[in-house]
Design a protein around this ligand. Structure first.
Ligand SMILES: C[S@@+](CC[C@H](N)C(=O)[O-])C[C@H]1O[C@@H](n2cnc3c(N)ncnc32)[C@H](O)[C@@H]1O
Length: 318
């Protein structure tokens, strides 16, 4: 309790003692009151139709959908104005609102991290089918080049709660931070580093399913990507070297050492690169089939170790 506070602050007439009659401090300079500058007026919230027009004029193809997402995401009119400004300047919507829907899940996406694409949902569906048909008990799954962790998180969410023990890896610290947020509900573990490198050594020969959406854009094709990807997603997430398959080939070559004797490797590739991907699987001693999504134009290569065939020296990690 502070018993003296009220009395000490009040003068003879019960007014607060430090205020003059005009509500000014007695030491304040005399003269006509100086009007205080008006706070800037907050921007008016645009109607949905106005927002759609603004987005369309900036080249947003899905202006209607984007307007709905922006209006639902902004907590204030000022925040909406800032978001619209970033979007019309070319930043990906997902980086602005901080999430993307992938396989029906809301996945956190931080600026500077690769935005999961709808075509990659096919990789998740194929991986889920493999786990369902083959695994007994909990399947050990490694999601390499995990980015936001969307693939592993969606796979775990698709299956029974105990169906998957998830390990995810990415080289980019921003992606690792983001993946930790997304795979936490599945109890997944996220490691920073190069491909299989940071995985616990006890997993060698014990992984049931490896999934990888590694970068697969050929270096010369980066310049042809939409500005949103080229300017706002890290080069590390896109550039797959001269023919686009440098990282993918390293994943495939090393996978047999980590897979169980009948484990699976699933890799996203493109129609143009599918033949080279199949070749890489064959060189690693894996059987392979392709699953194609006509809707999204994606291809998933699904390979399997065949029994206990020893891993050839050339397939070993350096
Ligand atoms: C095309 S993005 C895919 C991300 C995620 N799998 C998805 O589908 O949304 C490729 C990711 O691979 C990561 N990456 C590139 N080279 C890597 C490497 N050598 N080891 C681990 N991650 C790597 C990038 O940082 C990027 O997050």
């Amino acid at each position: 309790m502070e018993p003296c506070r009220g009395r000490a602050l009040r003068g003879r007439h019960g007014r607060r003692a430090w205020l003059g009659s005009a509500g000014q401090h007695p030491d304040a300079p005399k003269g006509p009151p100086v009007p205080s500058p008006r706070p800037p007026r907050p921007p008016r919230r645009p109607t949905r139709a106005e927002l759609v027009r603004t987005l369309r004029a900036a080249g947003c193809v899905f202006a209607e959908d984007e307007a709905r997402v922006l209006l639902a995401s902004a907590r204030t009119d000022a925040e909406l104005a800032a978001m619209v400004g970033r979007r019309t300047a070319g930043e990906p919507l997902e980086h602005i609102v901080g999430w993307v829907v992938f396989c029906g899940l809301r996945i956190a996406v931080e600026p500077g991290v690769f935005v999961p694409r709808r075509r990659t949902e096919r990789l998740v569906r194929e991986a889920a089918a493999v786990v369902r048909t083959t695994a007994q008990g909990t399947a050990v799954v490694a999601d390499l080049c995990c980015g936001t962790g969307a693939v592993g998180a969606a796979l775990a969410a698709t299956l029974e709660p105990t169906a998957v023990e998830l390990f995810a890896v990415d080289l980019d610290p921003a992606a690792v931070r983001c993946a930790r947020r997304n795979v936490a509900p599945a109890g997944g573990h996220v490691y920073a580093g190069d491909l299989f490198g940071p995985l616990p050594p006890r997993l060698r020969g014990r992984v049931d399913v490896v999934v990888a959406n590694a970068p697969y854009v050929p270096t010369d094709a980066i310049a042809l990507l939409p500005a949103e990807a080229r300017l706002h997603e890290p080069r590390l997430a896109l550039d797959g070297g001269a023919d686009g398959l440098d990282v993918q080939r390293r994943v495939v070559a090393a996978a047999p050492q980590w897979l169980t004797a009948r484990g699976f490797l699933l890799v996203e590739t493109s129609e143009q690169q599918a033949a080279q991907t199949v070749d890489a699987f064959a060189r690693a001693g894996l059987t392979v089939r392709l699953a194609r999504s006509e809707r999204y134009g994606s291809v998933v290569a699904i390979g399997r170790r065949v029994g206990n065939r020893p891993v050839a020296a050339r397939e070993r990690l350096p």
